[in-house]
Write a protein of this length. Sequence first.
Length: 666
Amino acid sequence: MKILNAWAGLLAGLLLSTTLANAEPPPAELFFKDADIVEAVLSPSGRQLAITSAKGLTRVGLAILDLGPDHKIQRVAQFGDGDVSQVHWVSEDRLIFGIVDLSEGSGRPKGAPGLFGVNTDGKQLRQLVRRMGKPFFTTAGAEERILDWNHVLLGVPAPRPGTPNEEVLIAEWGLDDIHTQSPLWLNTRTGRTRSVSFDQPRNTVGWVVDDRAEPRVAITLNKGRQSAYWRAPGSRDWVQLYDTDLFQTPFQPNSVDSAGNLYVTRNEGTQGLQVLARYDFGAKAPEAKPLVVTPGFDFAGSLITDDSGHVRGVRMTVDGAMTVWFDATLKALQERADRLFPGRMNEISCRRCGEPDMVALVRSSSDRDPGRLWYFQAQPPSGEKPWSALGPVRGDVKPEQMATLDLHRITARDGRELPVWVTRQPDAKGPLPAVVLVHGGPWMRGVSWGWHAMPQFLASRGYVVVEPEFRGSTGYGEAHFKAGFKQWGQAMQDDVADALRWAQKQGLASDKACIAGASYGGYSSLMGLVKDPELYRCGVAWLAVTDVDLLLSGSWWIKDDASSFGRKYALPEMIGDPDKDAALIAANSPLKQAARIKAPLLLAFGEADMRVPLAHGERLRKALREAGNEPAWVSYPGEGHGFAVLKNRLDFAARIESFLARHLQP
């Protein structure tokens, strides 16, 4: 009864307005707890909304909201040992989802949430794929059809009007070093599988599927080379698109439309910025004229198709999320949403897109607001308005209390353009104590415009947060990415220092600064204290790479999740060869440079981390102690490469807050 009441309370919470801001800084829990609405997905008809939420409960469950006038909500899946995630509609009356159990920390095995199917009325709940480390879910007579944990979802056919669907495409994940993937079809009601209609290329590690979930592109890896193969609609045969060295691929397959057109991203211009182009099968190359160009950014996005599989637009990320519609009706709807909710990202998911009776879910968000959901009806029932408020994603977040996020492009010491993000309270006066927050990866994009928990938390405590997209980061062109090769602790680190010096010259940051980050960001925090001790009063490094030799070569005694393929073909090119570049590696390994770290340091690690094992932290702690600089230290049992348990997140936030206040005194 309490659970049912909690779900009823969720609906009430979705429809409530926000309250006035409090004078005191928001508590840490507001930033680091799970969102009130984790996922929200329209049904094929657009008349129902699947919502995942833990509001009022201890676990994230699945509910179905009827988008009619009564807004009736029904809980359809709730588990005591896991949280519902990755929800997809198979048909108007059936959904599939996975379950992730992070109650004992993020160190639980990744990539194996299992797979379940359920009707919108909560009936015919069936386990289809076993969860790693968990026994079979009890459904009488179904056990023999439950697949093992190494089967993952590849695609769900887009529902077609008048065409019922029961199947989804899954892949058996190989246990070899490169994790090959073999696809098959799975019936979500019976659990039965059937083979695909083709033989796949050997060593396939990834797929691109069309809107019917038919595999069209296979990506293979073999001995340091990457290949791509194409299978045209109606064909069983594969045609090779390219075969190149790992870092020399001429383009990357992106998506396939219902007509069988292949869209790819390729580099263009002196900076090698990625653009979206159609592939010309006659010329065996991408078309010279791109379809979408995003100046200053790599194209990062996907096609938007309607219920019939026709392309209606493109959704992408530039500084933040944006959509370009090719359809006049949808373009007009986007303009209407942008007028109603100005200065925000208004992401539209539509059903019967462009038709007179179109409906749409709009998520409106900004750097100060995690998001609010709206329901649009082009032909609302009599007495109803076209726009209905469904509620906030994080009801406790008051946008007026949050900081702003701005992107600047500065010049690094060697002339390279360097994107830098700055989070700062809008009413702040004069230079503020600074936290230089370095993103992980490092071969990823760090920030996009929107609301982010850690920088918002730090800004609420009186700091300006500086986040550089140092060379080696992706999203800003191939030249920026490859400029980071073999530059750990060198030019990559100089970029971080240059970002802080720029912020100080601009009057944004004072001379009181600390450097912080996780994973590679933790490594960079340590190397910042080594290379630029005059810049930073302290450092915070969590889940940090400290022993570069251990990262590159591994150890018989320390288990991690790095593949031998990566250590043989990728890491020597991107970081350094353990033999040829031994001196370079030693000079830029925090463990071997520990005696040069003099500033106060807070270290945090997950005891079950397989990406950066606890040994990294323990070895550095020992070396610092021997050098006379005992670090503040915490390790969390069960946690992996990220802190999943709320009490651990809050404990770490409290430690950061206290540590920074002690050394920066805002």
